[in-house]
Design a protein around this ligand. Structure first.
Ligand SMILES: [Zn+2]
Length: 87
């Protein structure tokens, strides 16, 4: 059995995710990490390089159980990354 459920409905992407601990299938916390390189120019702070955020951790918003993002279905992962503008 797969730890997380995700399925694709005909044609359009339809993903599901259910917390194995409490059954919550709606609210999840996605923690990301983003790097910025800033430099000081003439007394001002400027961003010279910016990384797109990477997913650090996914938690159930109800019981805070940590979910393994690496084990999510490919479609679900892509949807999450796309939605939060990460990679
Ligand atoms: Zn939960």
């Amino acid at each position: 059995m797969r730890p997380y459920d995700a399925e694709i409905a005909k044609g359009e992407s339809f993903v599901t995710l259910t917390c194995p601990h409490c059954g919550n299938d709606r609210n999840f916390q996605v923690k990301t990490l983003q790097m910025h390189v800033v430099n000081l120019e003439n007394g001002r702070v400027e961003v010279s390089e910016e990384d797109r955020p990477t997913v650090l951790e996914v938690l159930c918003d109800e019981c805070e159980t940590a979910l393994n993002f690496e084990e999510f279905e490919e479609t679900l992962r892509k949807e999450v990354l796309l939605t939060i503008g990460a990679r």
